[in-house]
Design a protein around this ligand. Structure first.
Ligand code: NAI
Length: 377
C-alpha cells in the first residue's frame, strides 16, 4: 500500500502533544512526515523539521507559507494535523479544508460554537475529512465498551459517571508560571479553563460510548486559586437524548491524582469501568454477578477492539498507540475504506456547544441549559 504524505502544523520541539502525533502517524507505515510548520518561531520550526527528515523546501516558516507551498504540488500532503494552541485551530483548519486538504484538528476544534458550525459546513461543502483528536476514544478497550453498550450488553443505560481530574495545577505558588497561567487567561484559553481543556474529553467519551448526545446540562465552576479568572474545577450534571443521567467532574487542583481520567457506565443489567491509567482493561459486572476483567488482546473481543489491538494480551499499549489508532482510521478514510468510529467535525462542534452551555449555566447558578449546537437542534 502506497504511503500517504502527512503534514504537521505545531507540535514543535518540546511541545506536549507533538511526539504523540509523530509516533502515532508513523506507527503503522501509513504516513510519511513530508511537510511541516512546526513552531511559532519560524527558524526554530524549520531547523527542527529538517532534523526530523523533512526536506528543506517543505520545512515551512508558518502555516500560510505551508498552504501556499503544498497547494500546487503533485505530491501535496494527503493529511494535515493541526497541533497548535487552541485560538489558531479555526483559521488553520478552515483554510486547509477550503484548499482541498484533509485535516486532523486538535481539541478544542474552535473557540466558539459559530466557528464550529462553520467548520462543519466547510467540511461538508468540500467533501474533505475533518477529524478531531479525541484520541482516548481510540483505545481498543474503549471501543470494546462502546460495542458492549451499543449492542445491549448492559441493557438500557441509566447513568454515566466520568472524571478527568488531576492535580498538576494545584500549587498556588506556581500559578504565575507562564506555562500554567495561560490556561486560565481568557485571552489565551477562551471562555473556559479546565472544562475546555480536559472536561471535553470526558464529555466526548460519554457520548462516544453511549452512542448518544448530551442534550441539557447544569454546571458549577470554581476558581479555587483566587488569581485565576477561569475555572480550575467544574462539576457538570447532564442528560442525554435518550434519558441517560450524566455526572462529570473535572479538576486541575486534585493533588494526588495523576492523569485522572475514568468513566463508568451503569445499565439496567450491568456496569462497566475504564481508567486511562489502566487502559488495557475494562471491568465488567453483570447484574447479580462477579466483576470480570476484560483484557486487550484476549479472544472474543469485538472486531473493532480486536482490529486496534497491536501486541499480545497483557503487553501494555498506551497513549501514542491510541493516537496511532486515530491515524489508522484516518488512513482508511482517505483511502475510501471503512474507517471505524473516527471523531469528526460534528463531534468537535458538539463539544464547543457543551463548553459554552456549561459556562452559561455556571454563570446562572447552575441553571439547566440546552447544550446542543443550534445546527443540531
Ligand atoms: P504546547 O504549548 O506544548 O506546544 C504548542 C506547539 O505549537 C509549540 O511547538 C509551538 O511553537 C507551536 N505553535 C504555536 N503557535 C503556532 C503557529 N501559529 N504555527 C505553528 N506552530 C505553532 O501545546 P500542546 O500542549 O502541545 O497543545 C497543542 C494543542 O494540542 C492544544 O490545542 C491542546 O488542547 C491539544 N492537546 C491535546 C491533547 C489530546 O489528548 N488530544 C493533549 C495535549 C494537548
Amino acid at each position: 500500500m502506497k504511503r500517504l504524505n502527512w503534514g504537521l502544523i505545531g507540535g514543535g520541539e518540546g511541545s506536549q502533544i507533538g511526539p504523540a502525533h509523530r509516533l502515532g502517524a508513523q506507527a503503522d507505515g501509513n504516513f510519511t512526515l513530508a511537510a511541516g510548520a512546526l513552531d511559532v518561531d519560524a527558524a526554530r520550526g524549520k531547523a527542527y523539521a529538517e532534523r526530523l527528515g523533512i526536506s528543506s523546501d517543505r520545512a515551512y516558516g508558518d502555516w500560510k507559507e505551508m498552504l501556499a507551498g503544498e497547494k500546487g504540488r503533485v505530491d501535496r500532503v494527503d493529511l494535515v494535523t493541526v497541533a497548535t494552541p487552541n485560538s489558531t485551530h479555526f483559521d488553520i483548519t478552515k483554510a486547509f479544508l477550503e484548499a482541498g486538504f484533509n485535516v486532523l484538528c486538535e481539541k478544542p476544534m474552535t473557540m466558539t460554537v459559530e466557528e464550529g458550525e462553520e467548520i462543519v459546513r466547510v467540511a461538508e461543502a468540500t467533501g474533505k475529512i475533518c477529524a478531531v483528536n479525541y484520541c482516548y476514544s481510540a483505545y481498543p478497550m474503549v471501543r470494546e465498551m462502546r460495542h458492549m453498550v451499543t449492542s445491549g450488553t448492559l441493557g438500557k443505560t441509566r447513568l454515566i459517571v466520568t472524571n478527568f481530574s488531576h492535580g498538576h495545577h494545584g500549587n498556588a505558588a506556581e500559578a504565575d508560571n507562564p506555562r500554567v497561567r495561560w490556561r486560565y487567561d481568557p485571552a489565551m484559553a477562551g471562555i473556559s479553563g479546565q472544562f475546555a481543556d480536559c472536561g471535553i474529553h470526558a464529555m466526548h467519551m460519554a457520548s462516544f460510548i453511549a452512542g448518544d448526545e448530551v442534550e441539557t446540562l447544569s454546571a458549577d465552576f470554581a476558581s479555587t486559586i483566587a488569581s485565576r479568572s477561569l475555572e480550575d474545577d467544574a462539576m457538570v450534571n447532564f442528560r442525554m437524548a435518550n434519558g441517560t443521567v450524566g455526572r462529570l467532574w473535572t479538576s486541575s487542583v486534585a493533588i494526588g491524582r495523576q492523569h485522572g481520567f475514568d468513566i463508568q457506565v451503569f445499565g439496567e443489567e450491568g456496569g462497566l469501568r475504564w481508567t486511562s491509567e489502566q487502559p488495557n482493561q475494562v471491568l465488567y459486572t453483570p447484574l447479580g454477578g462477579r466483576t470480570q476483567i476484560i483484557e486487550k488482546g484476549e479472544a472474543g473481543l469485538s472486531d473493532e477492539a480486536a482490529r486496534l489491538s497491536r501486541v499480545a494480551i497483557a503487553h501494555p499499549e498506551g497513549f501514542p498507540l491510541a493516537v496511532a489508532n486515530i491515524y489508522v482510521d484516518l488512513a482508511a478514510a482517505i483511502r475510501g475504506e471503512a474507517a471505524g468510529a473516527l471523531p469528526l467535525a460534528a463531534d468537535g462542534l458538539r463539544s464547543m456547544a457543551v463548553v459554552h452551555a456549561a459556562v452559561a449555566s455556571a454563570g446562572q447558578n447552575g441553571a439547566w441549559v440546552d447544550a446542543r449546537p443550534p445546527m443540531f437542534r
